[in-house]
Design a binder for this molecule. Sequence first.
Ligand SMILES: Nc1ncnc2c1ncn2[C@@H]1O[C@H](COP(=O)(O)OP(=O)(O)O)[C@@H](O)[C@H]1O
Ligand SMILES: C[C@@](O)(CCOP(=O)(O)O)CC(=O)O
Ligand SMILES: [Mg+2]
Length: 397
Amino acid sequence: MEIRARAPGKIILSGEHAVVHGATAVAASIDLYTLVLIRSSTSSGTDDGLLELQLKDMALVFSWPVQRIKETLPELGTALSPSSTSFLPESMKSIATLVEEQNIPEAKIGLFGGVSAFLLLYTSIQGFKPATVVISSDLPMGSGLGSSAAFCVALSAALLAYSGAVRLDVNNYGWLTLAELELELVNKWAFVGEKIIHGKPSGIDNTVSTFGNMIMFRLGELTRIKSNMPLRMLITNTKVGRNTKALVAGVSERASRHPDAMAAVFSAVDSISKELSTIIQSPASDELSITENEDKLEELLEMNQGLLQSMGVSHSSIEAVIRTTLKYKLASKLTGAGGGGCVLTLLPALLADAVVDKVIAELESCGFQCLITAIGGKGLEISSSCNSSTCHPSGEI
Ligand SMILES: Nc1ncnc2c1ncn2[C@@H]1O[C@H](COP(=O)(O)OP(=O)(O)O)[C@@H](O)[C@H]1O
Ligand SMILES: C[C@@](O)(CCOP(=O)(O)O)CC(=O)O
Ligand SMILES: [Mg+2]
């Protein structure tokens, strides 16, 4: 039997970092996915006693004899719950040993967190059974589009379905969504994985990846929201690599050095997110009200960017994108953890396609990479059968 699950990336419209410190944030899923496929080792022809992880996009394969995992992590491997003790520092040390043995190439050392999360989720949900897990993704890694969350959500869902904790209709081979309670279980496990990759995640990325659409998120609670205005966003990838864990830790350090000032910054972000969510949900049927709302949104994006800069997470490449889009009177802000990664630019509904083409051409001439993606779409989906050789993250078979 094969199980596959796919989960989308996300953009944060407002509130990244501040959301880790209790402020409201607004996020939407995007139609770029991470796909996880699990099959028993016997059906794949690989050695029965191995757990194999294939990272297709990077042409990397890691494998462990399950007996070795069992000896190293005896405390895992039973049907644990996401709130159980599976996260003990001792387990993390043992997981680090198992990952170190794989000799991840230095240039790809960022994968350490992802492979560690894989081992923890696999052994906690699935136990010590051999299998082959194949991962591929549309999402650029470490760019602010939530690849870590999409990875954790798709992996948790595939493992839960494979172990039978989440039931699938075996007669339905298409993509299925799960019931609310099952989505909540997946989301809790994905959060466990995000903790390994991010250190101190807010949970917004895994939540929007699991549930899809657009959400307002604060202190672990989501409120589903629906935009009443067309929201067209240009995403520019600066291609400057960075690491969410380090950036989140940097903001926390700044907050502990300047508690009052940073509390005021987080509180301002909270107000921006609330206002942004009110504006996008407010009825705007005619061109004039849409333009008025877009003007307000642009101001809020600029204010949010200013506050992100004061948190210390902007970057010269981000500033370069902002300066370029401003030449065309377009407002931009970083999205995700910053420090490089992706920048969002609001494309007003009445903006001529010729202008969009010009902005994109100018940004790409600086070496950046642009994309316009649908936002606020699907969340996690799962399917019980697939011919792995023809699987693609976007679901084409
Ligand atoms: N497809 C994947 N396979 C393995 N690890 C992944 C995958 N996608 C993401 N990761 C893990 O997540 C990390 C990137 O997460 P992060 O720094 O939070 O950036 P973002 O979530 O914005 O892409 C990677 O370095 C890796 O450890
Ligand atoms: C900075 C933060 O708000 C978002 C990080 O997103 P990403 O991993 O950069 O896609 C952290 C979090 O909320 O967990
Ligand atoms: Mg991430």
